[in-house]
Design a protein around this ligand. Sequence first.
Ligand code: SD4
Length: 327
Amino acid sequence: MSRSESAASPSPPSGASGPPVVVSTWPHGLPANEAAWAVLEDGGTALDAVEAGVAVTEADPEARTVGLGGYPDRTGVVTLDACIMDERGRCGAVAALQDILHPTAVARAVMEETPHVLLVGEGARTFARDQGFDTTALLTDQSEKDWREWRREQAEGQTSTDGARPEPNVEKAAGRGNHDTIGMLALDADGNLSGACTTSGTKWKMHGRVGDSPLIGAGLYVDNEVGAACTTGWGEAIVRVAGAHLAVEALRQGASPTDACRRVVERVRALPTDTSDIQVGVVALTPEGEIGTYALRSGFEAGRRTPDAENHLVDAGHLGDESDPQS
Ligand code: SD4
């Protein structure tokens, strides 16, 4: 038995409840789920539900790596990544987008109004403005203060630019920290799946850096026949295993949603790079309404709302790691 198998935590129950269902990453997913649930309960589509859900987090200045109030990059600029995908395999995304409060809505406009999938940087911003999106100053006083503090520590040699690499885990008690990306998956009453993923990325990232979150197949993938998956955590690792697509393909091969998510983090663990100081979390949802979630290490939770269960957090199973004090 391998070290990770012997130390792995048990898989949490994820039973199918039937539609509608909404599931999302981290504790801040709970208020986002409520907004998505209101759409689903009203007979709305999964696509509308995920857009409405993640918009709550995008507008929340306390969610420190999503939208308004997100940590800036190392030049002090907040840049946002987001994507959305529906039951027909349609998808849209934006990356390194500045000054727009709801990047997921812009991603949806890319999907619906252009022949493209991904717009980046100034092109994405111009497109958003052309589509009627207002500009918003995304750098809050708190984020600017934190950035100035980080720069001061840099100048004093207390941290290196490796500060752009995330701490291993969330500030679990507060549910806030360096891993606040929201990925959301929904199943509507018609049995259709959609998903969205939105983030300001890792804090103090290089200007122009794009993570997994806006990349279809890495941060999000939806296949109405077999299921949907979204990811959170250190994007460079998730991109390298095409995390969300990997989970969906595992579902296609007959894996349970929990096992499908576990396969992703096992592949991350097997990367030929040091993964001892990163976190990766994965969530999957099937057309039957069964959810699964798994993480590289402890501390990852998913918010889940079903017809049978009020909005609640599900503790993800995780691979064991004796070097991780929190595992
Ligand atoms: C990124 N995956 O930009 C995002 C960050 C994240 O929870 O998910 N944090 O790499």
